[in-house]
Design a binder for this molecule. Sequence first.
Ligand code: 4AZ
Length: 259
Amino acid sequence: MNCGGALIHPNLFLTAAHCHASFKKQVFVGPVTQYWDANMEIINVERQIPFPAFRELPVDDIMIVQLAWPSTKATVEYNRRAQVPAFGDTVTAVGAGLTTEGGSVSLYVEHVDMPTTNCADLPAWLLREGPDNHVCAGRNGKDACQGDSGGPLLANGVLVGIVSAGIGCGRRPGVYTRVSKYLDWIDDTICQYGSFPLPAGCPPVTPPAASPQNLPDREPEEAAERTPSPAALDTAFPTSNDYEKVPSAAGTSFPTASE
Ligand code: 4AZ
């Protein structure tokens, strides 16, 4: 079963850590349906960055996937406020997963509006971290289902949750990873793995000046004779190398329909 995700930076999307098997090689970016659509972009996966503490669903079920080149699709704003969504707020789950429990996958990206609900009537194994790390929402037939995992839960168009787990579909509230709990990690990961331009809040990228401390541990005369090989420069300045590589790859490999 496939998973969804939400683009939070041109080359990074947010999804569930338990979706790692779905995002190994390539992803479709767009409003993704089950059949080919000329608006979809096909982009290779560069790396998966699961939240470091993730072990098994539904604890810390959050991951960022780095694309090999940036998407041209619009990114979604992610929620920065711990008090959002408030209890009872209307939230919207988006995905192309099953339309009913045990049913068939949707041919279209669909969405469902529902109120956030109390997580307390879910079994303990679903809420091992306590409700703070989750948003619970839905029931009475309004819910995410298999195949929607990793996809967005929105409040007023802002990403507040990630489809994570549930008991069946439409019977009990669904469990979503609460995005605002992982804000520092998301911000840091964007600064570390995002394509340029980076968000204004990222530390400035200044390649370290070549100095004896940056060279391999050798005798001074030997180090002075050494000219750094291209490979050594790659390791020393990964960010400037990325900067040159990413835009040209986007232009040549997979032109989009609009070009
Ligand atoms: C799943 O298996 C899944 N009802 C995701 C969400 C829900 C159930 C199952 C919520 O991906």
